[in-house]
Design a protein around this ligand. Structure first.
Ligand code: SAH
Ligand code: SF4
Length: 354
């Protein structure tokens, strides 16, 4: 299906065959810099605009748009051409606007604590479907500009490698977002981290660690059985060696599961070896994993333990909880949407025994 945001410029040139060369530039500028639809590009003759609009239908259809945090967080459920659904979140802060995009409809990695993982995999997204999420969010925050994009929505970006790389390039080179403000978050696909270090060495890498011993990580992140910690650590060293850039470890603090001092000691050891910064976020409970996140004092204790080992750690604020837009809560796989009532039931259910 042709798309206005096909990262291959040849796609647009083919549509403009027979037109003067400057029309290609006008269309490119209108789509990628001004983020307009073809029909809005009044610099083009009306007949051409109409033809382009018909030839390049939007890749995303809004199913729902929910707003919270006093208008600063917006979540969209978008339907794709085949009715697969994905979610995108825009978060406006004082100094930046961050868009969280999905790389797949669903996810095949099956992390037990993640709503997307619980819902299963539907398909990979095409690069244009990733890029259009940023464009849609960018249009909605105008006149502000999107400064940061994080691949932390639904799906595992490094399992959809080619589309992820094409998206990173297009967002940087054609939309103009700085590469270090593009963050790829991965559950730890070790060989793909090593490829990313070659193909996109200037982007930011976040590795979702959550456990620093194989026995525990095997239960939380099934991919750990394929790429256990030692293999993942090799990939992290490779990233450092070829990019010279510091990565971060994401750690969702789960009450009584990975928030004990022993866990902090194990995490500190690996974080020091690979010089990673640690981002801590209390787990958001999901229907399939109703354990609660670590309460605030425990989160602070864990952060202090890491810092006592010389590891930098940041406690991340959660956005979008009321609209199910928080980390790990995205689950809009067609047919897999969890009914609201059962979520509420889960939120009030007792904490799992230790
Ligand atoms: N698949 C990639 C990116 C999408 S998930 C990855 O796993 O990194 C984005 C982030 O949300 C990851 O750090 C993931 O571990 C985290 N996450 C998943 N479920 C969560 C939950 N219930 N609470 C808090 N964070 C969660
Ligand atoms: Fe997939 Fe990431 Fe969720 Fe794991 S945490 S199931 S890799 S989206």
């Amino acid at each position: 299906m042709p798309s206005a945001y096909d990262p291959d410029p040849a796609a647009l040139s083919a549509l403009l065959a027979g037109e003067p060369a400057y029309r290609v530039r006008q269309l490119d500028e209108g789509l990628w810099r001004q983020l307009r639809r073809p029909i809005e590009l009044t610099v083009l003759p009306k007949a051409l605009r109409d033809r382009l609009e018909a030839a390049l239908p939007p890749a995303l259809r809004v199913v729902t748009e929910s707003v919270c945090d006093a208008g600063r967080t917006t979540k969209w459920v978008f339907a794709l051409h085949d009715d697969a659904t994905i979610e995108t979140v825009a978060m406006a802060y004082r100094d930046r606007v961050t868009v969280c995009i999905s790389s797949q409809a669903g996810c095949a990695m099956g992390c037990t604590f993640c709503a997307t993982g619980q819902a299963g995999f539907r398909r990979h997204l095409a690069a244009a479907e990733l890029i259009e999420q940023v464009v849609a969010a960018a249009r909605s925050v105008e006149p502000r500009r999107v400064s940061n994009v994080v691949f932390m929505g639904m799906g595992e970006p490094l399992a959809n490698y080619d589309a992820t790389i094409a998206t990173l390039r297009a967002l940087n080179e054609r939309v103009g977002i700085s590469a270090r403000h593009l963050t790829v978050s991965t559950v730890g696909v070790a060989p793909a981290i090593e490829r990313l270090a070659i193909d996109a060495p200037t982007v930011t890498l976040a590795v979702s660690l959550h456990a620093a011993n194989d026995a525990l990580r095997d239960t939380l992140v099934p991919l750990n059985r394929t790429y256990p910690l030692e293999r993942l650590e090799t990939a992290c060293h490779q990233w450092n060696a070829s990019t010279g850039r510091r990565m971060s470890f994401e750690w969702a603090l789960i009450d009584g599961v990975n928030d004990r001092l022993r866990d902090a000691d194990e995490l500190a050891a690996i974080a020091r070896r690979v010089r990673a910064h640690v981002n801590l976020i209390p787990l958001n409970p999901t229907p399939g994993y109703p354990t609660r996140g670590t309460p605030r004092e425990g989160v602070e204790r864990f952060r202090d333990a890491l810092e006592s080992h010389g590891v930098n750690a940041t406690i991340r604020a959660t956005r979008g909880r009321e609209i199910d837009a928080a980390c790990g809560q995205l689950a809009a796989v067609a047919g897999g949407k969890v009914p609201r009532r059962s979520r509420v039931g889960v939120e009030v259910s007792p904490v799992r025994g230790r």
